[in-house]
Design a protein around this ligand. Structure first.
Ligand code: GDP
Length: 309
C-alpha cells in the first residue's frame, strides 16, 4: 500500500515543532512528501511541480501562532491549495450545469472511445429528467430531454444510446450510420425545437486515440450546435494519460466542464487534479458506477479529501 498524503504529512509534522515561521529549509521535507504522494496518486509530473511551487510560495513567511506546530500550518496550506485546485477557487456555482439558454439547452459530449460518454449521456438525461438540475443552489425542476447519437462509425454506439435512453425513460432520436454527423445534429436540433424539449444531449464519436479528423468533426458539430455546455468526459483510471487527452480536447473545443468517470475504480483521484489543471475548466460531475444512477455532482472538498487520503 502507498502511504497517502495525510499519513506522509503527519509524519513530518512531528519533526517540525518549535519553529516560528515556515522557511525554505523547514518546509523542504514536507514538500518532498507532498510531491511523492501526488506522484503516487498518479497526478502528472508538471501538475505536481506546479502545485508544490504554489504551496511553497503561499507557505513561505507564513507566521505561525505560538500554539501551532509549523507543520500543521503547512498542512493547512496544502489542504487549501488542493481544494482550490479542485475548483473551490472558481466559486460555488462553477460546478453547476448551465442550462441558461433559449430551450433547447444543448449539451455536447466529447471524449475518447470508452471514456463513458454514452453512459454519462444516459445518466445526465436521467438526472435532468428527474429534476436533479440545480442552479444557484436551487432545483430547477424536471426537464424534457432528447438524446441523439452522432457516432456514425460504430452502429453499436447508436444502439447503445437507444437502450440507455429506454432504460432511463427519455426520448431517443434515431440516427443512422449512413448520415453525416452534421445532418444528425441539424435534424436533432430541429426536432428538439419543434417538440419543445428543454434539453438536447448530443453524444459524439470517440476514437481510441486523439486524431485530427475527430477533432475537426467535433469542432464542426460545436460550431453548428452552439452548445451551452460542452462536457469533456474522461476516465479517472487513465491517470497521467488523461493530461494529454484533456489538452487535445481543450485546444480543439471551448469546453465548459469535465465529467470524471469510473471514480469507483480509482481510489486515488489523481486524474481530477491533472485534468482540472490542464483544462482550467471546472469538474462538474463524477461517474461512480456503471449503473445509470451512478452520477454525482462534483464537490472540490470531497475530491481534495480523497487525494489527501
Ligand atoms: P463511450 O465509448 O465513451 O461512449 O463509453 P461507454 O459509455 O460505452 O462506457 C464504456 C464502459 O465504461 C462501459 O462498460 C460502461 O459501463 C463503463 N462506465 C462508464 N461510466 C462508468 C462509471 O462511472 N463507473 C464504472 N464502473 N463504469 C463506467
Amino acid at each position: 500500500m502507498f502511504e497517502n498524503l495525510t499519513q506522509r504529512m503527519s509524519r513530518v509534522v512531528k519533526t517540525m515543532r518549535g519553529q516560528a515561521r515556515l522557511t525554505e529549509s523547514n518546509t523542504q521535507e514536507m514538500l518532498r512528501e507532498v510531491r511523492l504522494a501526488l506522484l503516487e496518486a498518479d497526478v502528472a509530473l508538471p501538475v505536481v511541480r506546479d502545485f508544490v511551487a504554489r504551496v511553497k510560495e503561499k507557505a513561505l513567511g507564513v507566521e505561525v501562532a505560538d500554539s501551532l506546530n509549523p507543520g500543521q500550518a503547512l498542512v493547512g496550506v496544502v489542504h487549501q491549495e488542493l481544494t482550490n485546485l479542485m475548483g473551490a477557487d472558481l466559486g460555488d456555482d462553477a460546478s453547476e450545469l448551465s442550462l441558461a439558454a433559449q430551450p433547447p439547452a444543448i449539451i455536447l459530449m466529447a471524449g475518447l472511445q470508452g471514456a463513458g460518454k454514452t453512459t454519462t449521456t444516459g445518466k445526465l438525461a436521467k438526472w435532468l429528467s428527474e429534476g436533479g438540475h440545480v442552479q444557484h443552489g436551487r432545483k430547477t425542476g424536471k426537464k424534457k430531454v432528447l438524446v441523439v447519437s452522432a457516432d456514425v462509425y460504430r452502429p453499436a454506439a447508436i444502439e447503445q444510446l437507444k437502450t440507455v435512453a429506454a432504460q432511463v425513460g427519455v426520448e431517443f432520436l434515431p440516427s443512422d450510420p449512413s448520415q453525416k454527423p452534421a445532418d444528425i445534429a441539424r435534424n436533432a436540433l430541429d426536432h428538439a425545437k419543434r417538440h419543445h424539449f428543454d434539453v438536447l444531449i448530443v453524444d459524439t464519436a470517440g476514437r481510441l486515440g486523439i486524431d485530427e479528423e475527430m477533432m475537426r468533426e467535433i469542432r464542426a458539430l460545436y460550431d453548428l450546435l452552439n452548445p451551452i455546455e460542452t462536457l469533456f468526459v474522461v476516465d479517472a483510471m487513465q491517470g497521467q494519460d488523461a493530461v494529454n487527452v484533456a489538452k487535445a480536447f481543450a485546444d480543439a473545443l471551448p469546453l465548459t466542464g469535465v465529467v470524471l468517470t469510473k471514480l469507483d475504480g480509482d481510489a486515488r483521484g489523481g486524474a481530477a487534479l491533472s485534468v482540472r489543471h490542464v483544462t482550467g475548466k471546472p469538474l462538474k460531475f463524477v461517474g461512480v458506477s456503471e449503473k445509470l444512477d451512478g452520477l454525482e455532482p462534483f464537490h472540490p472538498e470531497r475530491m481534495a479529501q480523497r487525494v489527501l487520503g
